[in-house]
Design a protein around this ligand. Sequence first.
Ligand code: NCD
Length: 530
Amino acid sequence: MKNNFLGRSLCVIEDFSIEERIYLFSKIRELKAAVKAEDLETQQEFRIEDPNFGIYEVFLEDSTRTKESFRNAANFHHAKVSELATSSSSFNKGESYADTFNTLTGYSNKIFIVRSKVEGVCAHLAKECVEYANRNELTKAPSFINAGDGRHEHPTQELLDEYTFLEDNDFNYDNLHIALVGDLFHGRTVHSKAKGLTVFKNVTVDLVAPEELAMPDSYLLVMKENGYNINIYSSIEEYLQSNNIATQWYFTRPQLERMGEQILKRQEELRASITFRKEFMSKLPENTKFYHPLPRHKMFPTIPTFLDKTSLNGWERQSINGMYTRICLLGLFGGSIGEDFIQTKKVVEENFHDEEYIFSVEPKKSAKKVYSEGVNPIANGIVIDHISVGETPSDIREHMRLISKIIELDDCKGGEWVSQNNDGMFKGIIFRPGIRSFSRKELKRLAAVASGCTLNIIKDETVVEKYRTTLPPRIYNFDDLACTNEACISNPSNGEGVEAMFHRTSDKRYECVYCGKSHSFKEIWNTAKK
Ligand code: NCD
């Protein structure tokens, strides 16, 4: 039977469908029960049991739980377990991620577990190392597991968190009411929840964080799109005054190492608003459980240690679940489990290739359209019309400057104009006298930088060709594109030579395929480059 999981990667949580996650949770449950019952035979069924099966840990950021639970999980499988000594590796000689991981791929390693400050690194490597494996006729390309990338995601933590919530919920997938408390801005474990909690049917999320540490808008938007009910509070104190307090609370640590100086100055006050205090105990609903991905700070824990011995303590079991989750995950990618998984719901792959974003419009036959070149009508040339309809004249002018730069209309005569429609709305028009044709690639650039406009090609005072544009679903393969997130693997400042690539989102913005950062169509262009 074909194993659906073999050789796959887990870069972001939605790399696993909901059904796949539910299957994984059933396996974790089975394994935990087998360990508890000392049922060695069942435990053996989970094992890869191959001393040549290479599992490699590459941690470029500190870690205790994730690294050690993965190492212990890998040892469970009786596999070949290695760890790259990153501080004495050729990373320090300026070697790229691709070269480093290609090398390790060549030494017959099958699963890489990667933690890095650089966001989107696993998605990049998953592509690179497949090509390397093909070039070198290696039998199998490796799997990549994201063990936390910068502020982006932490999908394996998300899996073990979901599993722990389920354990405390009688494995009820219908409802989840959870409070996310702490540093929601920098914490990747809570970012993974924006898409991760879709495993539950009805989700209510109470976000408890001071403004400086609030959940970024892009994740809020995803939560809303996924139908979560969202309530926002600025401190635990304020939250406890509400009349619908969750029984499951997920704390995250103030991530000082990722904070700017301005916020750091106020760390004490910010920490106080997300730290649980004794006097709050009486306000908690019955059967409340607290969770925390850990670590907590020994001097300033937001879950104080006196709570360890109370029934609120869900974080210790959560940490233990980390190892079982990771044993099962490695088992799936290594092929020891997963053959009996049945996907019943069709996973809909969006087909963007067929979507058209440049429409050729039939110009009016008789119309001798008079567009002006300053004071003279344009006899031959191009006119881009309907730019930024409805925006302010100064915004329109700025947008026209960008369009002119991106489609290389700066070095010729012509002009930009702001005009007003009959309904009073302003719009921009770019005139360029002189013959100029457009390739498909240039039309794509035009569509991406000026969607909703019309392009008129004028010959002998007649519009001979006319195009209308909408926002293309994918933008890539242009060397002046760049993700604006400096931590992203594709950001030019990281020097990894990764080509920027964006996907259009439902709110007509562009999301970086590596780090997920949301951009307006104006922000994706690295105008310094051209
Ligand atoms: C978290 C992480 O590294 O993102 N820890 C973990 O993996 N268990 C949370 C944190 O560092 O605060």
